[in-house]
Design a protein around this ligand. Structure first.
Ligand code: FCB
Length: 433
């Protein structure tokens, strides 16, 4: 058996807007109302009905699989629907929900901001407005005062790089801009916001463990002998990953965010590394692809087949995941895999992805990476942003008509791993020989 360390945290992840439903005070809800923004004309509507109370039965399900942790989001737009005005009903709701995790023996990991912002924030320019860091810090401090004694682990922002890319460079989400300048400004504002939120949570609860969930994508040159392909892969690695880490670890803005401009308040503002990892991408130089700043992603054939299930899927490379986790040792911080997951297909891909990627985590741990926990994305199928309800990432299948849940093969496999605190030989033989 491939055993995991004692006290390893096993969980699944969700985000407020993707599961709650009726979340109608935020910018994403507004954006959903315009036809064409969400695949198949879907909209979050009731989603998985957590706002209606179904979080209780879903936390029971997490517990039934033997898990001991769960990552959830709280919604800024519910808690502070108008600037400075806190909603008592929303406070009570989240208190009950986070307590509900504790009662079931699930260690809460609480995300403060997962892509969605209140309408009043959007009206003032959202993340393009430098004031955002002040607004988010005030929200974070109040949230940590309201719920601080219930949660040790806090995640400030989810995937600031993906958010900035999708909204300001790729032109796909919300602001739908294709503007490299705006993209860089937003990245800088999110770094400042993260730093301010980190300090805010610590003021309210000094012993809290605070980090952010970084989307780590591994970029490799499509043709390793091509200097241009290598350059493009390095650039993507720098813009998408390194530049943020340098700011948050060392307190300076490195190219292309700045000319090593000092940002002292950001220095050392993570107690752990939150790692979201899904896949690897080959990068090729492509002069015609201005949207992606002259780089193009290359996918293998298996992925092209999978695009049917999830647009934007990259190459499935557990070895790249393992090597990434080992490289992250340089930061000298404990790692929590805050997201890793895959969609349900007509084959056993989801279970295979789970076992092969957990095997990679296990190898990384044996290679010296200090990984303390793993959260599968997601506990149950939910509202997948602009992809709507098509991709099904859950351990449980959600029937959106009846709100019935059914355990999937991947859920059964996860339960076995969680209960054994390791990957049994039987599972390795079957899915990751
Ligand atoms: C991540 C997001 C998460 C979900 C998964 C599939 O980038 O953080 O909300 O959409 O992808």
């Amino acid at each position: 058996m491939l055993a995991f360390p004692k006290n390893f945290l096993w969980g699944a992840a969700t985000a407020a807007h993707q599961v709650e439903g009726q979340n109608c005070n935020n910018d994403w809800w507004d954006w959903e109302q315009t036809p064409g923004h969400i695949k198949n004309g879907d909209s979050s509507r009731v989603a998985c009905d957590w706002w209606g109370g179904r979080w209780q039965e879903d936390f029971d399900r997490a517990r039934a699989l033997g898990m001991n942790a769960q990552r959830i989001g709280i919604e800024w737009a519910r808690l502070e629907p108008r600037q400075g005005e806190w909603n008592a009903q929303a406070v009570a709701f989240y208190r009950e929900m986070i307590s509900g995790l504790r009662e079931r023996g699930l260690e809460p990991f609480v995300t403060l901001h997962h892509f969605t912002s209140p309408q009043w924030v959007a009206e003032r320019g959202g993340f393009e407005n430098p004031e955002i860091s002040k607004w988010l810090a005030q929200y974070a401090e109040r949230a940590a005062r309201e719920f601080g004694e219930l949660a040790t682990y806090w995640i400030t922002l989810n995937e600031p790089n993906v958010y900035a890319y999708q909204c300001y460079l790729a032109g796909i989400w919300l602001a739908q801009k294709k503007d490299f300048g705006a993209f860089l400004r937003v990245l800088k504002n999110t770094i400042r916001a993260h730093a301010a939120m980190y300090h805010a949570v610590k003021r309210a609860r000094p012993d809290a463990q605070v980090g952010y969930a970084h989307h780590w994508r591994v970029f490799e040159p499509y043709n390793p002998r091509s200097p241009l392909d290598r350059l493009m892969a390095n650039l993507r690695t720098r813009v998408f990953g390194q530049a943020l880490m340098t700011a948050i670890e060392e307190g300076r803005l490195a190219l292309p965010l700045g000319l090593n401009t000092p940002l002292p308040e950001a220095r050392g503002t993570q107690d752990f590394l939150g790692v979201n990892y899904y896949y690897q991408e080959y990068t090729a130089f492509d002069v015609s692809n201005t949207r992606d700043v002259f780089a193009r992603s290359v996918y293998d054939t298996d992925v092209k087949r999978l695009q049917h299930f999830f647009e934007g899927a990259g190459n499935l490379r557990p070895d790249a995941f393992r090597d990434l986790l080992i490289r992250l040792k340089i930061f000298n911080k404990p790692i929590y895999i805050t997201e890793n997951g895959f969609v349900e297909t007509d084959r056993d891909d989801q279970a295979r992805y789970l076992v092969t990627h957990l095997k990679a985590v296990n190898e990384a741990i044996r290679g010296g990476a200090v990984v303390r926990g793993y959260f599968w994305w997601s506990l149950l199928d939910n509202f997948e942003w602009s992809e709507g309800y098509t991709p099904r990432f859950g351990l449980y299948r959600t029937d959106y008509e009846t709100q019935q849940r059914t355990l999937k093969k991947a859920g059964e496999v996860y339960e076995k791993i969680v209960r054994a605190n390791g990957i049994t030989d039987e599972l390795t033989e079957k899915f990751a020989p």
